[in-house]
Design a protein around this ligand. Structure first.
Ligand code: FMN
Length: 205
C-alpha cells in the first residue's frame, strides 16, 4: 500500500545548488553582471561540462548569448544573502557587485567574464550547446578554467569543499551542506580507511 500523495509533476528535485553566475557582454565598456541560478548541474565529466538554464527575459541572457561564456561561482554560507539579492534584483536597475560588496577577479580562460573573489570556487565555462526547453534556455558550458580558495586545501594537498558551507536550495529555503555522512565508496571501504578518512572531515571548518 503506497503512502505517497499523488501530485502534478513539478520541479521537485531537491536540494539543488544555488550558484551565482557571472557574465559580461562583448561591448568595450560593458559591465559584468551576476545572476543567481538554481537550475544548474554537472552534465559531463570529461571534458567537465555544466548546464545552466536561463529565462530569455533575464538581463544576463543576452550577455551569455553574445559572449558565449559564463562563470559558475559556488556560494558559501557567507555569500547566501548576496546570492538571494542577485536572484531578486536585475542588473538593469542596479550594480549587484557594488550592492553586495563583491569583487570581480579574472577567471582563467574567459575573455571578459570575471569570477567572484569572495566565493569558495568557480568554474569558467565556454558555451558549447544551447537548447530551448520551454520556460528556460539551457546553456551547456565546457569548463575551461577552475579556481578553489587556498583555504580549502590541507597541507597534503587534499581539497575540502565541504568546509565551505555550500548553500543549497530546497524549494523556498536555503540550507548549508555541512555534516559529512560518508564519502564516495564509503559503503565498501576498509574499516581503517573509513576511520582515517572520516577523521579528516571532522577538522575545523
Ligand atoms: C534561489 C534562486 C534561484 C534562481 N534560479 C534561476 C534559474 O535557474 N534560472 C533563471 O533564469 N532565473 C533564476 N532565478 C531568477 C534570477 O536570478 C532573477 O530573475 C535575477 O534577478 C535575474 O537577474 P538579471 O536580470 O540581472 O539577469 C533564481 C532566483 C533565485 C533567488
Amino acid at each position: 500500500m503506497s503512502t505517497f500523495r499523488e501530485l502534478d509533476p513539478f520541479t521537485m528535485l531537491s536540494p539543488v545548488p544555488a550558484v551565482m553566475v557571472s557574465c559580461c557582454d562583448t561591448a568595450e565598456l560593458a559591465k559584468p553582471n551576476i545572476i543567481t541560478i538554481a537550475w544548474v548541474g554537472t552534465v559531463n565529466s570529461d571534458p567537465p561540462m555544466v548546464s545552466i538554464s536561463v529565462q530569455k527575459r533575464r538581463y544576463s541572457y543576452d550577455m551569455i548569448v553574445n559572449s558565449g561564456e559564463f562563470v559558475v561561482n559556488l556560494v558559501g554560507a557567507k555569500q547566501c544573502m548576496a546570492m538571494d539579492y542577485c536572484g531578486v534584483k536585475s542588473g538593469r536597475d542596479c550594480d549587484k557587485w557594488a550592492d553586495c560588496h563583491l569583487t570581480p577577479v579574472p577567471a582563467k580562460g574567459m575573455a571578459r567574464t570575471p569570477a567572484i573573489a569572495e566565493c569558495p570556487g568557480y568554474l569558467a565555462c565556454k558555451v558549447r550547446h544551447t537548447i530551448e526547453l520551454g520556460s528556460h534556455v539551457m546553456f551547456i558550458g565546457e569548463a575551461v578554467g577552475c579556481g578553489v580558495q587556498e583555504t580549502l586545501f590541507d597541507e597534503d594537498g587534499s581539497m575540502h569543499l565541504e568546509r565551505a558551507e555550500l548553500v543549497t536550495k530546497a524549494h523556498g529555503v536555503y540550507q548549508k551542506a555541512t555534516d559529512v555522512l560518508g564519502f564516495f565508496g564509503y559503503s565498501v571501504a576498509r574499516p581503517d580507511v573509513l576511520k582515517r578518512r572520516m577523521a579528516t572531515y571532522k577538522r575545523k571548518k
